[in-house]
Design a protein. Structure first.
Length: 406
């Protein structure tokens, strides 16, 4: 008599080295039918659900039960997220205990087929940070059914209140009335408020005049995938307006250079420095090309999407005007400018992106424009051959630093 002993397959997903979002997208790209898909998350991001929406709804239309249990504590889920999920017309529950000592914080993702199932339990929220850029861990369980039925039931049983919620004191089905009630009570931030709050939590301020150097060193990570163009307008962005031109630009010696994460670097050619022959028009800015830059280390950036994703938090609009392509769009990003130890303050730099642009290493799809007020300054200083380093920083009023050095 032979007794077969089966060992349950369990693995660990450690992010950002292995991004959970890619594992889940790979599962959803399966041509096999799912019997049910269940997502449980404390915080939910709009971009993340938009990125998964078409795949999830396709399985829903094919007969899969689609169920989500989401939290609203600590401002982690916006009103726009709940409005988007309501439009899916699937089973969505909102979990919230008004007791301030009790925060809804679980993350569980179940993908079940008739003959197999995959379960993730860990720290990853259903957000771009949780799925792609944060340091997170989760356990992945792969079940073969019906052989693993006992193990499957034993692991799911304690999770029943999360994956099979019912209307009660701390869980309610998602309705338009519920969204309006929570919004009127101030329980739901807007998507813009949620993102600003997230950026604000990363900023530190002290009353100390001389701030000690940070004992930690920032390390770049792989950005989340860029949303398809037809979904970008749905992903509410940080509102920003083109600022009025400043009559004059004053500088002062640098007292303190903000610490940040290096996100791009380039040696500037004469054209980026606005140094051109008489009678020739300059390009007006810095071409954001690959420049052999690696992010993360060891991985060359794809300049055709990298910068559009780097600045994706801002409001992108169709760029109109002569010689503008139909797919050209732009935004304005607050950045501090430091040139050769002189601080020129914070300016809203225009970022223009045209997906149909050339894709070669030395060509560009994205440009950072100096702007009319800074053009004469850049031309007078002549930064040809200097090195431009772009940092993402945590300064109030400026999200990036342009630092130009010898």
């Amino acid at each position: 008599m032979t007794i077969e002993v089966r060992v349950l397959r369990v693995s660990t997903v450690v992010q950002p080295h292995q991004q959970l979002g890619h594992d889940i997208v790979d599962l959803l790209d399966s041509t096999e039918r799912f019997s049910r898909i269940i997502l449980v998350s404390a915080f939910v991001g709009l971009r993340t659900v938009l990125r998964l929406r078409d795949r999830l709804l396709q399985h829903f239309e094919n007969g899969a039960e689609l169920r989500l249990t989401v939290g609203i504590d600590l401002g982690g889920t916006s009103k726009e997220v709940l409005e988007e999920l309501l439009r899916w017309e699937c089973n969505v529950f909102v979990f919230h205990n008004p007791n301030p000592r009790a925060t809804f914080h679980p993350k569980v993702y179940l993908f079940e087929k008739p003959d197999s199932a995959t379960l993730f339990i860990g720290s990853n929220n259903l957000t771009d940070g949780g799925f792609y850029t944060n340091y997170e861990t989760s356990s992945r369980y792969d079940f073969e059914l019906p052989i693993d039925d006992d193990n499957y039931r034993n692991i799911l049983q304690p999770l029943d209140t999360l994956i099979n919620p019912h209307a009660g004191d701390v869980s309610q089905p998602l309705t338009d009335t519920l969204i309006q009630t929570l919004s009127q009570r101030g329980e739901l931030p807007s998507e813009v408020e949620a993102r600003r709050s997230n950026r604000g939590r990363q900023r530190t301020t002290t009353g100390i005049e001389t701030i000690p150097a940070n004992p930690f060193t920032p390390v770049t990570i792989t950005l989340p995938p860029l949303l398809p163009r037809n979904q970008r307008q749905e992903a509410t962005s940080l509102s920003n307006q083109e600022p009025p031109e400043i009559a004059g630009i004053a500088s002062q010696p640098v007292l303190h250079i903000p610490e940040g994460t290096l996100v791009w670097r380039k040696k500037l050619p004469a054209s980026d420095a606005l140094q051109v022959s008489p009678g020739t028009n300059h390009v007006g800015g810095v071409r954001l090309v690959q420049a052999r830059f690696e992010s993360p280390p060891g991985q060359r950036i794809d300049q055709t999407t990298y910068f559009r994703q780097l600045f994706s938090d801002y409001t992108w609009e169709t760029e109109v005007g002569r010689n503008r392509r139909s797919d050209q769009e732009h935004t304005f990003v607050p950045m501090r400018l430091v040139i050769l130890n002189n601080d020129y303050g914070v300016h809203y730099f225009e970022i223009s992106h045209k997906p149909s642009g050339e894709a070669g290493q030395d060509n560009y799809t994205t440009i950072l424009r100096w702007g009319q007020s800074l053009n004469p300054v850049i031309q007078e200083i002549n930064i040809t051959g200097k090195v431009l380093s772009l940092y993402e920083i945590n300064e109030v009023g400026a999200d990036f630093l342009i630092h130009i050095t010898d």
